[in-house]
Write a new protein. Structure first.
Length: 649
């Protein structure tokens, strides 16, 4: 992900005016030099851009990782590992030549790969583009011949044979002659073999387990020297019962996904949801961590500084072994952005102890809130959690933000020599008398932020019919799709394209146009249909299935959804599950905010509003209980006293 870099010597823009970065002086300001006049001055970071304001959108963006075939992705990763040591500002020609010699490649090839990567900062820019014909770096041979080569090489790998170019070339020639095809040159076969990553070769010769042992990240102890070197992510159900916004009645527990910077113990990001953790909720946590947080703090109404952001190279997301961490979507996202995912060993809680320690601290603080369920039934005693519950998920999010920004980050932490997390992070960024700082991370802004958010949505694969695409019996339409349908060759299998969707609102699919390198919104073909969530869709499908309707269409789906909504609205005050679903939708709608074209509540909006039939005195009592939580926070205990030392500390 390419963002606004504020490293010394970098070029940035204020509008269309070009400046050179001298140094960052704080998380909000940077010292710049005008290259024309030589004058220097301070500028707010928020006013700076990576490109001129009037610059046209470039076409040098990398293909999103999820659009690349697995074998091509392996090649891209192999190329990245070769040039990785050379991706620095002070590399020398001698280093490039030496690396090329050690890799059996030319220095010209390495420079080409380096240039491609540095334009985008994404591994996918190194993937071979076999769809194009002609030009440097593309396959000009018959696709059938290319397939014969690939299958022949695969046969050798599967049988554990040595990849001898001469022998493989002879076998390819025989197969091509039998198929009445022109055989490729020996050098073409050599290049095809070279394109295979070492990991793929090992996987097929000695087995996948050995390949994982050699090439996957090694779990265990590690030394953290810089901010954002290691990010730990974990999830937990909070020991707190929530209420809905409308009736203030119990809807059950919330789930929290939390990420922490191990170097400073600063919280990197979090996501609160009434839905069970998934790739989507984990993605929202990563998205929050990657972006600057001023807009978020304003939305939730918390005053303070939360200056951690960035997708710095080689972050280690050190997670547990939950299934959503091991899915293809998250794996590709992390590989694309050079995030090294490690999984802690099963049944060994000492690994990942930093984030679990914070989650324990979070739940300890939750136990002081009305509606807590406590972590131990003995502690709960006769306490009626459901009757005492009064906080919505929105209010809980605000409470947690206040806790993190103005208490946790400002409390001495025993794991970092009793420094405050925000001070430790600040020292790591700007340095001190003995240690140089790493400098401010790149800032993801504008279109890149939108691309990042969409890349963290779940994926589906579909073919395009004219300007139409069908998913789950629902038709989506846009003229953008038409030309991709017209590119199909009659009689041949249709191309499958990848689309993204927001689980909370499937009224729009996000289609990536490969040639334009932009995401386009593909709405319902019938714009009269209302937005629904993926869970609404699943319930409607089950409703139709229970009625023995097999050949239903989109009209049946939305009719079923309307009927179920009517039932749900009648039951919402009586049924906890219905209130829970409604609260989750409202919370997510506000979280998505302006970044996805929706409106946000204005700053200072009441936490909740009185509803019809609720007495003014009752509403004031509820307001007071919530307001007291923010107005009279209890003293924050030292973390060591609460949780004790972890083995890493």
């Amino acid at each position: 992900m390419k963002g606004l870099s504020l490293s010394k010597g970098n070029i940035v823009y204020k509008g269309d005016k070009k400046y050179e970065v001298i140094n960052a002086v704080s998380f909000k300001e940077v010292l710049l030099r005008d290259p024309e006049s030589g004058e220097t001055g301070l500028s707010p970071i928020i006013k700076l851009r990576a490109t001129p304001k009037s610059a046209p959108a470039g076409n040098d963006k990398a293909e999103p990782a999820e659009h690349i075939k697995e074998e091509h992705w392996e090649i891209a990763k192999w190329k990245y590992e070769i040039i990785k040591p050379l991706l620095k500002s002070d590399r020398t020609k001698a280093e490039v030549i030496a690396r090329a010699k050690a890799s059996g490649l030319s220095d010209v090839t390495l420079y080409d790969w380096i240039n491609k990567y540095e334009k985008t900062g994404q591994v996918s820019s190194l993937a071979p583009n076999y769809n194009q014909r002609g030009g440097k770096g593309t396959h000009k041979i018959d696709p059938a011949v290319d397939l014969i080569m690939a299958e022949t090489i695969q046969e050798y790998l599967t049988q554990g044979k040595r990849l001898r170019v001469k022998k493989i070339h002879e076998d390819v020639k025989v197969k091509c002659n039998n198929a009445k095809l022109k055989a490729p040159h020996k050098n073409t076969v050599q290049n095809r073999i070279d394109e295979l990553s070492k990991r793929v070769i090992m996987k097929n010769t000695v087995g996948a387990r050995k390949a994982r042992t050699v090439y996957d990240s090694i779990v265990g102890s590690f030394i953290v020297e810089h901010p954002l070197d290691v990010i730990e992510i974990d999830e937990t159900p909070l020991d707190l019962l929530l209420v809905d916004e409308l009736y203030r009645e119990c809807i059950g527990k919330a789930y929290a996904v939390v990420a922490e910077d191990v170097f400073s113990r600063s919280v990197y990001g979090f996501d609160f949801s009434v839905d069970h953790p998934s790739f989507f909720t984990v993605g929202q946590c990563i998205y929050m961590g990657a972006l600057q947080k001023q807009a978020f703090l304003k939305r939730v109404g918390v005053e303070g500084e939360w200056n951690i952001w960035g997708l710095t190279k080689n972050i280690i997301i050190y997670t547990d072994n939950a299934s959503w961490y091991r899915g293809k979507d998250l794996k590709r996202f992390c590989e694309e952005n050079n995030l090294d995912v490690q999984f802690r060993p099963r049944r060994q809680p000492k690994y990942g102890g930093h984030i679990e320690r914070f989650i324990g601290t979070l739940n300890d603080e939750v136990h002081a809130l009305p509606g807590t369920t406590f972590s131990n039934p003995k502690d709960k005693g006769e306490y009626d959690s459901e009757a005492k519950a009064c906080m919505t998920i929105k209010e809980t999010e605000k409470w947690a933000t206040e806790l993190i920004v103005n208490k946790y980050h400002k409390t001495p932490h025993s794991g970092i020599n009793y420094m405050m997390p925000y001070k430790k992070y600040e020292m790591g960024i700007f340095g001190d008398d003995t240690t140089p700082g790493t400098g401010l991370p790149e800032i993801i802004q504008g279109e890149e932020a939108r691309r990042l958010r969409i890349s963290l949505f779940p994926s589906i694969e579909r073919t395009i019919q004219r300007a139409n695409v069908v998913w789950e019996s629902i038709n989506y339409y846009s003229d953008v799709l038409r030309k991709y349908s017209e590119m199909e060759v009659p009689g041949k299998k249709k191309t499958k394209y990848i689309f993204k969707y927001n689980p909370y609102d499937i009224s729009i699919l996000y289609f990536y146009a490969p040639d334009l390198k932009e995401y386009f919104e593909i709405p319902y073909r019938n714009v009269a249909f209302p937005p629904i969530s993926i869970w609404d869709l699943r319930k409607a499908q089950k409703y139709l299935k229970d009625k023995n309707m097999k050949d239903y269409d989109e009209y049946d789906i939305f009719k079923a959804n309307a009927e179920m909504k009517k039932i749900e609205n009648e039951a919402v005050k009586k049924t906890k599950a219905a209130r829970r679903q409604h609260a989750g939708k409202q919370h997510h709608k506000e979280k998505m905010g302006k970044s996805m074209g929706q409106t946000c509540p204005s700053e200072g909006e009441p936490l909740h509003k009185a509803v019809k039939g609720e007495s003014e005195s009752t509403q004031k009592a509820v307001d007071k209980r919530v307001d007291d939580i923010f107005a009279n926070p209890k003293p924050f205990k030292d973390i060591e006293v609460i949780r004790g030392k972890s083995e890493e500390d």
